[in-house]
Design a protein around this ligand. Structure first.
Ligand code: SF4
Length: 449
């Protein structure tokens, strides 16, 4: 089967991960603070929205990481930045109609847990003062086990955090050294125990395949250790080596990286362990306990995909706060100024920092939804999409028909649905790519496997 996938180009292609459509490289300066302001004011009164808070600081910069974040050993710039976040939240609150509540709140980065306990309490209070948390809302935080203690865990728990995510990458010491990130199993377990003791309802862990020196034995050992910590969800991402975009990755020994066919084997080795342990496969790279909300959402075909990956979040509005944060409104995407200095200058000057984005066309909304369905369900149920978007089913058939020529024996296409066959699931991003009408610069994307 791998040779069939190889013939279709799986081991050579670089394709987007489709956490948005169009993808971020296609954003332009046509979206500005005025556009963002008009989209915020158009949110219907009483809506439930999602909020993402970006903390672009880390104590040290891991070599494998392509996140936009800056290293700092001092807290002054971080605390000044929190002050700007509070200003931006206030500004947004003045534009929001009445009765808007938060259904999902996520703190990511960077390292949100770099904030001292007092700043965590202060920021949470500022958020809820401006936009209250709805009953049963989900509040998740990315936790760095190297950068957390009881005081910060207590502050997060008191603020209402009920979900957490921990990055693991791989537990093997040689791999950790090669990617510039040391994080022992012991320190990770202490963080997990601390979270569980504070009643965290859902714990996610991220691990990576395709790392330097990674072998099937090593990934087996790491995955078994992850499973022993009983996360409710796991994201198994492929490491994307793009040193021409993320300069610190040039410290990673290229010759120690697995080949594309080896990457696929690493993925399959890890996947088999999760499945044998009772996890359900979610989309292209996640796993979840069968009773976890994500598994239930996938089963009911209501799972979504956004900048954080797979989600149960069905809000049509995701407001991103902080430098480089991206918001999604029914009208389009709006991204804040990427550098912390430009972001802070704009917000302290009393305006939103929106520097680019994309206003949706009807065609974007249609193609984006088809791609999202492929990424989430490995299928497009024509009747569902036709009802949702008010389109004749024939229009959808016309768009998907060429896929059968591109990927023979990989898909079935009936009047009801286009389905990616189980053996062809590694091709999902490549199949989605064929529905994407924007030019793709391959150098900027991660390998298809
Ligand atoms: S992996 Fe986490 S801690 Fe390391 S540089 Fe990236 S965001 Fe910072």
């Amino acid at each position: 089967m791998h040779s069939q996938l190889s013939k279709l180009g799986l081991f050579d292609a670089r394709v987007p991960r489709y956490t948005s459509y169009p993808t971020a490289p296609h954003f332009s300066g046509t979206v500005d603070p005025l556009s963002a302001r008009s989209w915020i004011t158009a949110i219907p009164a009483g809506s439930k929205v999602s909020l993402y808070i970006h903390i672009p600081f880390c104590r040290r910069l891991c070599w494998f990481c392509a996140c936009r974040t800056q290293g700092t050993t001092k807290l002054d710039p971080v605390e000044a930045y929190v002050g700007t976040l509070k200003k931006e939240l206030k500004l947004i609150a003045t534009m929001l109609p009445t009765g808007v509540e938060l259904e999902h709140l996520h703190w990511g980065g960077g390292t949100p847990t770099l904030l001292p306990a007092g700043s965590i309490t202060d920021l949470a209070a500022a958020i809820f003062d401006d936009i209250p948390l709805a009953k049963d809302a989900q509040f998740s935080v990315e936790i760095d086990p190297n950068e957390i203690d009881d005081a910060r865990l207590d502050a997060l728990a008191v603020a209402g955090m009920n979900r957490a995510s921990i990055g693991v990458q791989d537990f093997d010491p040689e791999i950790q050294q090669a990617i510039g990130r040391e994080q022992s199993f012991g320190i990770t377990k202490t963080a997990v125990d601390g979270l569980r003791a504070r009643g965290i309802q859902s714990l996610n862990m991220d691990i990576l395949f395709g790392l330097p020196h990674q072998t099937n034995e090593r990934i087996t050992d790491s995955v078994e250790k992850v499973v022993s910590l009983s996360p409710d969800r796991v994201a198994l991402f492929g490491y994307a080596h793009v040193p021409w975009m993320a300069k610190r990755q040039s410290l990673i020994p290229t010759e120690a990286l697995p080949t594309p066919p080896e990457r696929l084997e690493l993925y399959e080795t890890a996947r088999d362990i999760f499945v044998a342990d009772g996890y359900v496969e979610i989309g292209i790279d996640h796993f979840a306990r069968p009773d976890d909300g994500l598994a239930i959402a996938q089963k009911n075909r209501v799972m979504h995909r956004n900048f954080q990956g797979y989600t149960e979040d069905s809000s049509t509005v995701l407001i991103g706060v902080g430098a480089s944060a991206i918001s999604r409104y029914p009208q389009g995407y709006a991204q804040n100024a990427p550098s912390t200095s430009a972001y802070q200058k704009a917000v302290r000057g009393g305006d939103l920092s929106t520097s680019r984005g994309h206003e949706f066309t009807d065609e974007d909304l249609l193609r984006g939804r088809l791609i999202e369905k492929l990424m989430c369900d490995f299928a497009i149920f024509y009747g569902d999409i036709a009802d949702e978007l008010g389109l004749p089913v024939e229009n959808l058939h016309a768009i998907t028909a060429p896929l059968m020529d591109w990927f023979p024996e990989m898909l079935t296409n009936t009047n009801e649905a286009l389905t990616i066959l189980p053996h062809a699931r590694p091709l999902t991003r490549m199949i989605a790519r064929k529905l994407d009408t924007y030019a793709v610069n391959e150098g900027g994307h991660s390998p298809a496997v």
